[in-house]
Design a protein around this ligand. Structure first.
Ligand SMILES: NC(=O)c1ccc[n+]([C@@H]2O[C@H](COP(=O)([O-])OP(=O)(O)OC[C@H]3O[C@@H](n4cnc5c(N)ncnc54)[C@H](O)[C@@H]3O)[C@@H](O)[C@H]2O)c1
Ligand SMILES: [Zn+2]
Length: 391
């Protein structure tokens, strides 16, 4: 006892029991509405207070969705809708205007939302990131329920624990790790998505399959052109598998808040992030990831024995999905190489890149052979098998 009192340093590891709730529906506000109603749990002595937020472009493409939300909330005794449906600008615009964030906090405050209230957000990744961040900082965390409306959101970002906005002209400079209360991936919400945004979610799926599951990579190669044509029977399993792998990475991977040096899911991302910035964000994240995955795969084939045949299949799979693999930014290799140092800085330690010996066999490297990487970039840029970047 005496000794314990004298101790001047205490290191006590602890963990927090989070639950990640991921649901799949075909019509979350219609036939499957019980699924959404069930995750909005009432507290002991009070109904579940719910505020709805929606991406303006999703609302414009689905004009009846506001009424459907009201009908949904009104049809359950345990739900109490707080105020009107809140509409926010869609796309990156919302992440670039810090005043929108302040307005969100004002709306939460005016509705007296508390830590047991629910913010239900329906939208693309940009809207999810922003509303999610506002919900994470209000009262140090409201319950966030995400309904992603893009393939990228459903397959990737919507399942994650990152929220944030852009500041000082830097992507995601201001943000917080916060696990959502629940994520509902609804097939119907994808119907109005543009073709370009539809394609965008699947480069992350190819990436995850290459890292985690060679068998699933085979399936993606087989189904790529059907997915590119929006065949739901081919696309839904791919979205589902990608979302499930993300969930497992977060809940079982041992590093949900990215404290460690290695970021295995960032395969292909050192160049993807740089290409997005070099193109002034004309390239979408998913498009840049397709090119980045192609580059690092070809590099792995030049340096680490990744089978050449599989590398060719990765490129073909990406282009059958609908991704252009060439862009003008690939001609400026020196600027692109600055992306390596920026990636290292972002991680805050040594440069750590995930590489592949074969599909499903990742490992880490800490340096890059620039001559080989240049050759990989040239091979990808010269790949003529695919579509072109939309004007
Ligand atoms: N938090 C994370 O872990 C994470 C991971 C990857 C990317 N992101 C972020 O996600 C954002 C990109 O998200 P995104 O790819 O989902 O695109 P997005 O949110 O920019 O949406 C693309 C466009 O489609 C519109 N839209 C969305 N769904 C629609 C629908 N169903 N019908 C009609 N229009 C619709 C949007 O309003 C927008 O104009 C970026 O800001 C990126 O930084 C976050
Ligand atoms: Zn990504």
């Amino acid at each position: 006892m005496q000794q314990a009192r004298l101790r001047e340093a205490i290191d006590a590891p602890f963990s927090v029991p989070f639950v990640h709730r991921l649901r799949f529906t075909r019509d979350a506000l219609g036939a499957d509405r019980q699924v959404l109603a069930d995750v909005l749990e009432p507290t002991e002595n009070r109904s579940a207070r719910v505020q709805f937020w929606i991406d303006q472009n999703v609302l414009e493409a689905n004009p009846d969705i506001r009424q459907r939300l009201y009908r949904f909330a009104d049809s359950y005794d345990h739900l109490e809708r707080t105020g009107n449906v809140q509409v926010v600008p869609g796309g990156e615009e919302i992440k670039n205007d810090i005043h929108i964030l302040e307005r969100m906090l004002k709306v939460f405050n005016a509705a007296n939302l508390d830590r047991r209230s629910y913010v239900v957000v329906i939208g693309g990744g940009a809207v999810l990131d922003t509303v999610g961040f506002a919900a994470a900082i209000a009262h140090r965390g409201l319950r966030l329920v995400r309904l992603p409306t893009t393939t990228l959101g459903q397959a990737d970002s919507g399942v994650g624990v990152k929220n944030g906005v852009n500041l000082f002209h830097k992507k995601n400079w201001l943000g917080a790790f916060a696990a959502p209360w629940a994520v509902v991936n609804d097939a119907r919400l994808l119907e109005t998505l543009s073709h370009r945004d539809w394609v965008c979610g699947f480069s992350e799926a190819v990436k995850v399959s290459l890292l985690k599951d060679a068998g699933w990579f085979e399936e993606l190669c087989r189904d790529a052109s059907r997915i590119g044509e929006r065949d739901l029977d081919a696309a839904q399993p791919a979205i589902r598998a990608s979302a499930e792998w993300h969930l497992r990475h977060i809940t079982e991977g041992g590093d949900p808040f990215e404290m460690l040096e290695a970021r295995p899911l960032d395969f292909g991302h050192w160049s993807a992030h740089k290409l997005e910035a070099m193109s002034e964000f004309a390239l979408r994240h998913g498009e840049a990831v397709a090119i980045g995955v192609a580059i690092d795969t070809v590099y792995a084939s030049l340096k680490f024995g990744f089978p050449k045949r599989d590398a060719a299949r990765v490129l073909r799979c990406l282009s059958e999905l609908g991704f252009p693999l060439d862009c003008p930014e690939l001609r400026d290799v020196e600027t692109l190489f600055a992306g390596l140092e920026e990636f290292r800085q972002h991680l805050g330690g040594r440069l750590t890149l995930t590489m592949l010996h074969a599909p499903g066999q990742p490992f880490e490297v800490h340096e890059v052979d620039r001559a080989a990487m240049r050759a990989a970039i040239e091979q990808v840029a010269a790949y003529a098998g695919g579509p072109r970047i939309p004007a």
